[in-house]
Design a protein around this ligand. Structure first.
Ligand code: NAD
Length: 291
């Protein structure tokens, strides 16, 4: 079993750190929030005073922070100076590709093994150890990271060089944003045309319109499996996070001159939805703007 530093114990990181402790690792945990630290302690982690202490003597340093600026700051002010040569740095946050590549290069220059390893799956998957990890980094860094990722997830996929994990995440979530809105539109149209929504679901879920947003995450209450729609769109994947991911995708698309009209439209619709005050509610709640 290994010593692991874990920095960022929020909605996602809390459950992930708990799963590493459950797997028998010695997890040195740090977060700016005292409440998050108390939860990590109750889950079997050892709370430490700062990010540098979490990184000291660790074989792996995992970060699960809000955005690129937080990751760069924590790496530059704490982790790079404290981590042992040869340690693997596993950043699971969803951040922009440029920052992911930049911090990876700086980490390699310090003799560290960085991977960007953003996740798919929400808080429930983080708690259950059932996340999917898409990983960018060298073969050697991936090999070092994989056993720890296995303790937190159900699928670990090496996507390519540094930044490739974030690039995959962006493409996937752009697709998710667009398909969720398309699914919501179809249900809203079906309703306005007087169709029974369960009947529409029964047909579309086994027809060519079938997609994950419909059959796993149906935005209509009482139709399909139980989803945030059945809980008044509380919990789940916050619309503000979907907007964050769509904006990262738009930034990435601009950088490589890719034409992404559906993604751009999804970003605009989610921006309006979040501005209306719905940022903390589940992203499938966007159906209410179409009904
Ligand atoms: P969160 O806001 O709940 O947690 C982030 C944590 O980081 C907070 O507890 C905060 O106190 C801590 N933090 C911030 N700056 C810090 C610093 N300098 N040092 C130590 N701790 C610091 O966010 P979350 O929902 O856990 O998401 C984390 C990342 O995972 C984000 O990049 C998000 O986009 C991504 N993600 C989230 C979900 C989801 O469903 N919530 C799903 C997939 C990916």
């Amino acid at each position: 079993m290994a010593r692991i530093g874990f920095i960022g114990l929020g909605n996602m990181g809390g459950g992930m750190a708990a799963n590493l402790a459950k797997a028998g690792h010695d997890v040195r945990a740090f977060d700016l929030s005292a409440e998050a630290m108390a939860r990590a302690k109750a889950a079997g982690c050892l709370p430490v005073a700062d990010a540098a202490q979490a990184a000291q003597g660790a074989q792996a340093v995992v970060t699960m922070l809000p955005a690129g600026a937080h990751v760069a700051e924590v790496y530059e002010t704490a982790v790079f100076g404290a981590a042992d040569t040869g340690a693997v740095l596993i950043d699971c946050s969803t951040i922009d590709v440029d920052t992911a590549r930049r911090v990876a290069e700086a980490a390699r220059a310090k003799g560290l093994h960085p991977v960007d390893a953003p996740v798919s799956g929400g808080i429930a998957a983080a708690n259950a150890g059932a996340l999917t990890f898409m990983v960018g980094g060298s073969d050697a860094a991936f090999a070092k990271a994989q056993p720890f990722l296995d303790d937190m997830g159900k699928a670990v996929i090496h996507a390519g060089k540094s930044g490739a994990g974030q690039a995959v995440k962006m493409c996937n979530n752009m697709l998710l944003g667009a398909t969720m809105i398309a699914t919501c539109e179809a249900f809203a149209l079906a309703e306005k045309m007087g169709l029974d929504l369960q009947t529409f679901y029964d047909v579309a879920s086994v027809s060519s319109g079938q997609n994950w947003s419909m059959t796993t995450y149906c935005p209509v209450p009482g139709v399909g499996p139980e989803t945030p729609a059945d809980r008044g769109y509380q919990g789940g994947f916050a619309a503000a996070l979907m907007l964050k991911d769509l904006r990262l995708a738009m930034q990435a698309a601009a950088a490589v001159d890719a034409d992404v009209p559906m993604g751009a439209q999804a970003a605009e619709l989610y921006a309006r939805f979040v501005e209306s005050g719905a940022g903390a509610t589940d992203f499938s709640g966007i159906i209410r703007t179409l009904q």
